[in-house]
Design a protein around this ligand. Structure first.
Ligand SMILES: *Cc1c(COP(=O)(O)O)cnc(C)c1O
Length: 373
């Protein structure tokens, strides 16, 4: 049996006809940059998340950069973020002129620990950038409290968390700004790059709309410099079709996660691997199903030999990346993130994963730790 980490073919097969129709509509319109298709998708996302403004941009990384700029982050401003994320998160801070200040994560959910984040606030702190890693919302409440009492914006990196929720509110509606990615393997994935910034702040939304098109509101009149980072109409058309399926797919991911937990319990593997706990305070949408595993690298190789895809997100915490050596962090600064980077292994996870595939994955893991049955 071959069980890939992600299977986009099955997703595509389920909605092939609708997608072809949507793309055909754009081709016939010959309107490829922004336009009605993008505007309609922006309105649908705003409604889905219950936020006032959604601005489609070129990718999730640009969404982060634009949100940071709109939040007022500039030269030398400090932005507190997680050391356990994709490089795009702190990269955007540096591109905006800011300085990433890392705060360690929580042991059981891989997200930035709010108490550690608050400890790192200084007079130079301009924003906090929590990441809803693997599709589970970060604990935001204390960050938002700190945000309302000072000039600190809270920006959600929700790239992996479309459709997740915390205490009844969707990721994207929790902070002052939120950023999404439509990279193909994200829970709402395009046929290429795409991203979105959402906010309830009308002035900031208007500024982001200008900044995504060179800073101009009127053609050939530039108040400030921006970039060229627009969601294109073909991607918006694809995403509108997929958005209609999103709720069903999120539920299917949650079912897959529950089935993994039951299988791991039935196979008596608690001594060797720890499943990610479900979120009792919200809705985890499992962009990844990430174990903590003994002898992680050997397990990954064993799975690969058995035809099972797996991945390590992320093998090196951000504070130890060579590109940040000038920030002066060292091994031991964030022990929980460092331990996570040695233990994590993400298993096959997508809405179309079958029970027999999951059984094969868990049986293979059992034979790695306990020998052939
Ligand atoms: C995917 C991702 C991004 C970047 O999104 P792109 O669309 O690939 O630019 C940023 N942050 C996190 C946590 C991500 O997973």
């Amino acid at each position: 049996m071959h069980v890939p980490l992600v299977d986009l073919h099955k997703q595509h097969a389920a909605i092939r006809a609708e997608l072809k129709q949507a793309v055909e509509r754009v081709i016939e319109s010959q309107a490829f940059i922004l336009g009605p298709e993008v505007a309609a998708f922006e309105a649908e996302i705003a409604q889905h998340l219950e936020v006032a403004h959604a601005i489609g941009v070129g990718c999730g990384s640009d969404a982060l950069l634009l949100a940071l700029i709109a939040a007022g982050v500039g030269q030398g401003d400090e932005v507190i973020t997680s050391p356990f994320s994709f490089i795009a998160t702190p990269e955007a801070i540096v591109r905006a002129g800011g300085v990433p200040v890392f705060a360690d994560i929580e042991e059981d959910n891989f997200n930035m620990d709010p108490a550690q984040a608050l400890d790192r606030i200084t007079p130079r702190t301009r924003a906090m950038l929590p990441v809803h890693l693997f599709g589970r919302c970060a604990r935001m409440e204390a960050l938002m409290e700190a945000g309302t009492s000072g000039p600190i914006a809270v920006i959600e990196d929700a790239a992996q968390a479309m459709d997740a929720a915390r205490f009844g509110n969707r990721a994207g509606a929790l902070g002052h700004f939120a950023c999404f990615s439509f990279f193909p393997s994200k829970n709402l994935g395009a046929w290429g790059d795409g991203g979105m910034v959402v906010t309830n702040n009308a002035a900031a939304a208007a500024r982001i709309k200008r900044l995504r098109a060179h800073g101009s509101e009127k053609h050939y009149l530039s108040e400030e410099l921006g970039l060229n980072s627009r969601l294109d109409a073909l991607q918006a058309a694809v995403l509108r079709v997929k958005l209609r399926q999103l709720h069903e797919w999120s539920n299917a991911r949650r079912d897959v996660a529950a089935r993994y937990r039951a299988l791991f319990a039935a196979h008596d593997l608690a001594e060797f691997v720890r499943c990610p706990p479900d979120d009792s305070e919200g809705v985890h949408v499992y962009n990844q199903f990430t174990l903590r595993a003994d002898r992680r690298d050997a397990l990954a190789a064993f799975l690969s030999a058995a035809g099972i895809g797996s991945a390590v997100y992320y093998p090196l915490p951000l504070h130890l990346q060579p590109c940040f050596s000038a920030l002066g962090y060292k091994i031991g600064d964030f022990p929980i993130a460092e331990k996570a980077s040695r233990e994590v292994l993400s298993l096959p996870m997508h809405p179309f994963l079958e029970a027999d595939e999951q059984l094969y994955v868990v049986e293979t893991i059992r034979s790695f730790y306990c020998g052939a049955p």
